[in-house]
Design a protein around this ligand. Structure first.
Ligand SMILES: [Zn+2]
Ligand SMILES: [Zn+2]
Length: 354
C-alpha cells in the first residue's frame, strides 16, 4: 500500500453541487513529484458542471479546481528544474501516457489516456483531487513556473482559461504575424483574456456578444477595437468576411451560422466552449467560403509555460474577484448565473489554518 498524507479541502458529495469541507488522502511525494502548497485556485465553468454531474461522469466526492497556483514545498529525487519556494502552477493535466504520438509530439493534452487533475485517475490508480485544497502532489511534467512579476491570484486562471484561448491563437500564427483580425465570441472568463492576448500581440480584436451592456467594458477596459451585437443582423452583415480567426468561447447553445459569415474566406472558427447540445452546422458559409470549424482543448505543458512567460513579459493577467473559502458555494452559483467579472479565484491559504 502506497504511503499517503492527509489533505484538507472542499468537495461536492452529490448532484446538489454543494461544496463542503472534506478531508482526504493524497500520495506521498514520489521521485518524480513536486508537492505544492496551494495559495489560490480559480473557479472554472467546468467545476460547476462537475459538482452537479452535468456530464454524467462525476465520481463523488469530487474536489474541483484546475487553476492551481502555489509554492513548491517538496521535490522528488528525480526532479530537475524546480526549487523549494518557487512559484508554480498546475492546470488541467495530471497524467498522460508519455508514449503515444500526441505525447511524443508535445501535444499530450490530446493523449487518449489523458487524466485530469480532478475526477481522473493517476498512474497509480488513485483518484485525482483538484485545487480546492491545501496542497497537491503533482508529477513535475505537469507543473509550470509562474513569472515573479505576476500576482498569483490573477495568474491562476491563466492555467485553464488563458491557455485555452492562447493555444488556438498560437496554432493560427497570431504569435508571429501582428495585424490579423481576431473575433472573440463571448466575453467571460475565456473571452476577456482572449481580448487581452489579441491586443498584446498587436491584432485587431472584435468582441461578438449577445449582451449590449458589455460593449463599454470590452472597448474601454479591455481595449477591444470593435464590438458586434450578434443579435443585430445589420451589425453582423457590416462585418461579413472580415475576420481571419474567431475564438468561440460560448458554452450556451447558440447558432453559429451567422458567426461563420464573419470569417474571411478560408478563415477558421475555433470552438473552445462546450454547449450541452450538438451544434447545428449550416453548409453554406462553410462551402461558399472554404471556411474551417475546429475545436481545441487547453494546451500542452510546453505551450502553457510559453503562455506564462508571454504573460510575464507583457504583465498580462486575468481580471479576478478573489473569494474566501467560506464563499465557494456562492461563487459557484454566481458563476452559473454569469455574474462575475471575469473569474472567481479562491483564496485557499487564507481559509486553512497552517
Ligand atoms: Zn477550466
Ligand atoms: Zn499519450
Amino acid at each position: 500500500m502506497a504511503h499517503t498524507r492527509t489533505a484538507s479541502g472542499w468537495a461536492a458529495h452529490d448532484p446538489s453541487g454543494v461544496v463542503a469541507p472534506y478531508t482526504f488522502k493524497r500520495r506521498e511525494n514520489g521521485p518524480t513529484d513536486v508537492t505544492i502548497k496551494i495559495l489560490y485556485c480559480g473557479i472554472c465553468h467546468t467545476d460547476v458542471h462537475h459538482v452537479k454531474n452535468d456530464w454524467g461522469s462525476t465520481m463523488y466526492p469530487v474536489v474541483p479546481g484546475h487553476e492551481i497556483v502555489g509554492i513548491v514545498t517538496e521535490i522528488g529525487g528525480g526532479v530537475a528544474g524546480f526549487e523549494v519556494g518557487e512559484r508554480v502552477g498546475v492546470g488541467c493535466l495530471a497524467a498522460t501516457c508519455l508514449d503515444c504520438e500526441m505525447c511524443r509530439d508535445g501535444q499530450e493534452n490530446y493523449c487518449d489516456k489523458v487524466q485530469f487533475v480532478y475526477n481522473g485517475f493517476f498512474w497509480d490508480g488513485t483518484v485525482t483531487y483538484g485545487g480546492y485544497s491545501d496542497f497537491i502532489v503533482a508529477d513535475h511534467r505537469y507543473v509550470v513556473r509562474i513569472p515573479e512579476n505576476l500576482p498569483l491570484d490573477a495568474a491562476a486562471p491563466l492555467l485553464c482559461a488563458g491557455i485555452t484561448v492562447f493555444a488556438p491563437m498560437k496554432d493560427h500564427g497570431l504569435l508571429e504575424t501582428p495585424g490579423m483580425r481576431l473575433g472573440v465570441v463571448g466575453l467571460g472568463g475565456l473571452g476577456h483574456v482572449a481580448v487581452k492576448f489579441g491586443k498584446s500581440l498587436g491584432h485587431h480584436v472584435a468582441v461578438i456578444s449577445t449582451s449590449p451592456s458589455k460593449e463599454a467594458e470590452a472597448k474601454q477596459k479591455l481595449g477591444a477595437d470593435d464590438f458586434i451585437l450578434s443579435s443585430d443582423p445589420k451589425q453582423m452583415m457590416a462585418r461579413a468576411r472580415s475576420m481571419d480567426l474567431i475564438v468561440n468561447t460560448v458554452s450556451a447553445n447558440h447558432f453559429i451560422g451567422p458567426i461563420m459569415e464573419l470569417l474571411k474566406p478560408k478563415g477558421t472558427m475555433v470552438l473552445v466552449g462546450a454547449p450541452q447540445k450538438p451544434l447545428e452546422l449550416p453548409w453554406q458559409p462553410l462551402i461558399f467560403g472554404k471556411r474551417v470549424i475546429k475545436g481545441s482543448m487547453i494546451g500542452s505543458i510546453k505551450e502553457t509555460q510559453e503562455m506564462m512567460d508571454f504573460c510575464g513579459k507583457h504583465n498580462l493577467t486575468c481580471d479576478v474577484e478573489v473569494v474566501s473559502t467560506r464563499r465557494i458555494n456562492e461563487a459557484l452559483q454566481r458563476l452559473a448565473d454569469n455574474d462575475v467579472k471575469y473569474r472567481f479565484v479562491i483564496d485557499i491559504a487564507g481559509g486553512i489554518e497552517s
